[in-house]
Design a protein around this ligand. Structure first.
Ligand code: ZN
Length: 232
């Protein structure tokens, strides 16, 4: 019987060499990229952080999932191809990455809508990577929003992620609980006045609001040309 402690698989013989190979590959591929948060952190912090969340908080011990987490943005955000991942890491890992890769040729608002629907049909392993990816990005956004993002855009991203998380529910109860808590109680601080430096607190997910309408307004805002990428 599957233990509740290990939602995907019981611990298997993990090969650290495979993890190191994945980390090394991702480091090279993301070497010139920075996160879009205010401190412009090295991009590689993100995929390694996603794998770390899976291991420590999701208690995931599936080596394919951990490798895919480290590699999850290489096809979407670098010159890496699916075939390259197949050759280096095999079909299982490459297919998990494929499932969590957005088609960047789509307009941004359509891509966002598509992700909510597509997430329902991806593999269980890919769903878990998606949960950890969202958890990492939302914490990052809450603590250190990209410059230029206003309150509406931050809340819109939270509401959109909530819809994506709903699409992958049932894949890892530990990560889902952490996300649920963040959606219910998370708050962020924004400077309300640049000159005085006064700050205001906002709920990550706005309360007493029709979230379906809020999400539609977010998609509309995303369709406006010139919006920068979310980095997530
Ligand atoms: Zn990511």
């Amino acid at each position: 019987m599957m233990s509740k402690k290990y939602p995907l698989k019981p611990p298997t013989a993990l090969d650290p060499g495979l993890l190191l190979k994945s980390i090394h590959f991702a480091c090279i591929k993301h070497r010139d990229q920075r996160r879009k948060n205010e401190i412009a952190a090295p991009y590689i912090n993100h995929p390694i952080g996603v794998a770390q969340i899976l291991w420590t908080e999701g208690r995931v011990r599936d080596i394919d999932v951990l490798q895919a987490a480290i590699l999850h943005d290489t096809v979407e955000d670098t010159d890496t191809t699916h075939q390259e991942l197949v050759k280096e890491f095999g079909h299982k890992v490459a297919n998990i990455v494929k499932d969590v890769t957005d088609d960047k040729s789509m307009p941004k608002d359509k891509r966002k809508r598509h992700q909510v629907e597509h997430a329902k049909h991806i593999s269980q392993q890919a769903k878990v990577v998606k949960l950890a990816d969202k958890l990492y990005n939302l914490r990052d956004l809450k603590e250190c929003p990209p410059s230029g993002w206003d309150v509406k855009r931050i809340q819109g991203y939270f509401v959109w992620c909530q819809a994506v998380v709903k699409s992958v529910s049932g894949s890892n109860h530990l990560l889902e609980a952490a996300l649920k808590d963040l959606f219910a109680t998370g708050a962020f601080v924004m400077k309300s006045d640049i000159t005085s430096g006064a700050c205001l607190h906002y709920d990550c997910v706005p309360k007493d609001t029709d979230l379906t309408e809020f999400l539609e307004a977010y998609y509309d805002a995303m369709s406006i040309a010139g919006k920068t990428e979310d980095n997530c």
